[in-house]
Design a protein around this ligand. Structure first.
Ligand code: AGP
Length: 760
């Protein structure tokens, strides 16, 4: 349980409406077994397979689930630490039992989930894991994604007498497990494996999923399946080797050879049969829209083996750094200390929308039909450190990530901004893109595409892209691309920007652009993510794990990464030599300038104190800093829960000016660049309407305070105009952070939001 809860906590940033887990009830096995000890030591050893599954769910944070679990499963309150060790504990069904009768299971498979509600409110009933029957828990499932054909499936299952208890799309999955399992038995198919059953279930599903299945019918086993939603598998074992079964081509349950696969990919034959039968324990953690972790642990003579499944690496990095990324239509089966991965063969969906017909399992006998092929996936080593997902000395992840920006920006540039012997920046080298640079230069246009903060970073960089590439550059909100069925062409270059690399809207837009034949480039933070894998080439921003829902360091690093891309695309241009050189030297100074800005923390705290009761905040910017206004406003609204609007200053007279009076706090970004004079005039007009002004100005500015003597002045270091947005956003990030804390809100897990939006 500890592992499940820690895994869930690591993933809590991705969804935090409610959480739950399912694990084996080892008490059931032991309660009638007084001679366990003899058995454990003796030769006549039995497998301790749990026959019952405990499901525990709670609304709200993981801490609530933890408190409930300790109380209900172990009769322990938080302030009752000593009682845990006492000889009495209480089982899930309220029975008191002696702790000496709780025995470790040889094989243990557990799953857990933290939810971000999409179907039905975040209450206990809708919380995962979902079950085939809440009394027996014969099949339990956690799911990240969305099942688009859940309604016809539900109708079919209800016609066949199944009772539904939740509002979720997920509940059809365990119900289908039970339905098909019974169906196979009726049809005389008694040897259907858990993996085959799961494949038959997923065959009926449309939409996106990362799933982990557990069943009392298949104790100690777990099956994970993926299509559309991210799913990683981690492997941890004492020997550094993992047993892996490889069989023939089409997998039909035939005799299997057992091979031993090393992390290096080398293989050697080793029999897994014989005395020391493995003892797996599996635990899984997920979110309806997210995460899954699974462990399989050997606890007898074999080295301990644990398998983890999770929606992202942070849930497993404490246990293992050896991971493999599952691909769409992969199904992974963990049992007896081994894992096997199968690829489901593509077949036409038998009955879209689930009308009953000849091929439907609804009526008559039904046999397994899915064909699959055993596949291998490369085991990679995670570069992530546990510290990167810890808050360290900071109070919140958002605060930590704001303060990490100087180092994160340096990481983005490391090895890419090449220096000469004197330490000056000489050129840009982007390994992941060099082969495609010529094609991009020949494009008809460049399209920058993303959502939220990632889209704002596209706005911040557009002007420089236009200037350096001399190509038309358009911006697309990813969610709008499919709605409008944008005209994309094969001579377009589409650049997809995403911190997580898993945002459903961006992923869909990418698939659309690929289908149109456009060259697809990724600017992504998460290595191995769907977007980084699906693009033709790209740049990882290397900002490090970003846990706070509000994107901060990813934003500044995305801009820096795209500056590098623009520089590399223009390296042959003689006319741009001086400009390019200025930008490259400016980049070198950027981490230091951001560090300088962070020293304004106390000033921003003071300003936040002044503004904490306000209901609205306007932010004006233009040119390179239009993005700063939008991004600053997005931060304020998403975490401080204050209405805020980022406005292109040139639009002020066309409407927003009507909002201005002596009560309205207005931030104007007016650092010294090509827009300076126009911004000075904006400040004058706002002042003429008595606006309550806060001005972000360059550190050497002397004019603005004369223009608006009553304004609060925030001074930031001056950098090259196209890099100024990286510096200017810092005070706005700090302001939104302090406003959030002062207003008593959670900045890392703001209301209604999730870090990765993996549903459209
Ligand atoms: C930013 O603070 C937001 N939480 C959100 O707008 C985010 O940037 C957006 O959902 C896109 O996410 P991505 O970068 O992971 O694709």
């Amino acid at each position: 349980m500890e592992k499940l809860l820690v895994g869930l906590k690591r993933l809590e940033y991705r969804g935090y409406d409610s959480a739950g887990f399912a694990m084996d009830d080892n008490e059931i096995w032991c309660e009638d077994d007084d001679d366990d000890d003899d058995e454990e030591e003796g030769g006549d050893k039995k497998r301790h397979d749990a026959k019952k599954v405990i499901v525990c769910r709670e609304v709200g944070k993981i801490a609530n689930l933890e408190a409930l679990a300790r109380k209900e499963l172990f009769g322990k309150d938080d302030d009752d630490e000593n009682e845990v060790k006492a000889s009495k504990s209480k089982s899930s069904n309220g029975r008191k039992k002696s702790s000496s009768s709780i025995k470790p299971l040889d094989f243990c498979a557990s799953i857990a989930h933290t939810r971000w509600a999409t179907h039905g409110p975040p209450n206990k009933i809708n919380t995962h894991p979902h079950t085939s029957d809440s009394r027996e828990n014969e099949f339990v499932v956690v799911h990240n994604g969305i099942i688009t054909n859940h309604a016809p499936l539900r109708a079919m299952l209800e016609r066949r007498g199944m009772k539904f208890e939740t509002d979720t799309d997920t509940e059809v999955i365990p119900k289908l497990c039970k339905f098909l399992s019974d169906k196979f038995e009726e049809s005389g198919e008694k040897d259907v494996t858990f993996r085959q059953l799961a494949m038959e279930v997923t065959r009926q599903l449309q939409g996106a999923y990362a799933l982990v299945f557990k069943s009392t019918k298949y104790p100690g086993e777990l099956v994970a399946a993926k299509r559309g939603s991210p799913l990683l598998m981690g492997i941890s074992d004492d020997s550094g080797e993992v047993s892996c079964v490889i069989d023939g081509n089409l997998s039909d349950g035939a005799e299997e050879d057992v091979l031993l696969k090393k992390a290096s990919g080398n293989k050697k034959r080793k029999s897994m049969t014989g005395g020391a039968a493995a003892a797996p324990a599996a635990d899984a953690d997920t979110t309806t829209t997210t995460r899954i972790t699974t462990t399989t642990t050997t606890t007898t003579n074999n080295p301990k083996v644990e398998f983890y499944f999770a929606s992202d690496a942070s849930a497993m990095v404490e246990h293992t750094k050896r991971v493999l990324v599952l691909e769409d239509d992969d199904v992974c089966h963990c049992h007896d200390g081994t894992y096997k991965i199968y690829k489901v063969e593509k077949q036409k969906h038998p009955h879209p929308g689930y009308t009953s017909g000849h091929d439907s399992p609804e009526y008559g006998l039904y046999k397994p039909v899915v064909l699959s092929k055993e596949v291998e996936r490369t085991i990679e080593t995670l570069e992530m450190e546990v510290e990167s997902i810890m808050k360290g000395e900071f109070d919140h992840f958002m605060q930590k990530e704001i303060f990490e920006q100087p180092e994160a920006i340096s990481s983005t540039m490391r090895g890419r901004l090449v220096l000469d012997v004197l330490g000056a920046a000489e050129r840009v080298m982007l390994g992941g893109m060099s082969q495609f640079a010529a094609t991009i230069r020949r494009s008809r246009r460049i399209i920058l595409c993303g959502c939220g903060t990632s889209y704002n970073s596209a706005i911040a960089i557009r002007q420089l892209f236009e200037e350096l590439t001399e190509l038309p550059v358009t911006l697309e909100l990813a969610s709008d691309v499919l709605d409008r069925r944008c005209p994309f062409f094969r001579d377009d270059t589409c650049i997809f920007i995403s911190q997580s690399g898993e945002t459903a809207d961006t992923l869909k837009a990418l698939e659309y652009a690929k289908a149109k034949g456009a060259l697809c480039v990724g600017i992504v933070n998460t290595v191995g993510s769907a977007i980084s894998r699906a693009t033709d080439c790209g740049v990882h921003i290397n900002a490090g794990a970003e846990i706070g829902v509000a994107s901060t360091k990813a934003y500044t690093c995305q801009i820096v990464a795209m500056v590098l891309v623009a520089l590399s695309l223009s390296e042959d241009s003689r006319s741009k030599h001086t400009r390019r050189d200025d930008i490259m030297q400016g980049l070198l100074k950027l981490p230091g300038c951001v560090k300088e800005c962070l020293k304004m923390d106390a000033i921003l705290l003071e300003l936040a104190q002044e503004l904490k009761e306000e209901h609205s905040l306007l932010i004006f910017g233009r040119g390179f800093n239009y993005a700063t206004a939008l991004e600053g406003a997005l931060k304020v609204k998403e975490v401080a829960l204050v209405h805020s609007e980022g406005i292109l200053a040139g639009e002020m007279k066309h409407g927003p000016l009507a909002l201005v009076d002596k009560h309205m706090p207005i931030i104007v970004v007016c650092t010294n660049d090509g827009s300076y004079e126009k911004q000075q005039s904006v400040v004058q007009q706002l002042k003429a309407r008595d606006g309550r002004l806060i001005l972000i100005v360059s550190d050497d500015d002397t004019e603005m305070e004369k223009t608006a003597p009553d304004a609060v002045i925030l001074r930031v270091p001056k950098v090259e105009d196209c890099l100024q947005a990286v510096v200017n956003i810092v005070p706005l990030q700090l302001l939104s952070y302090h406003l959030t804390v002062l207003r008593g809100h959670n900045c890392d897990q703001p209301r209604n939001l999730a870090k990765s939006v993996t549903v459209e």
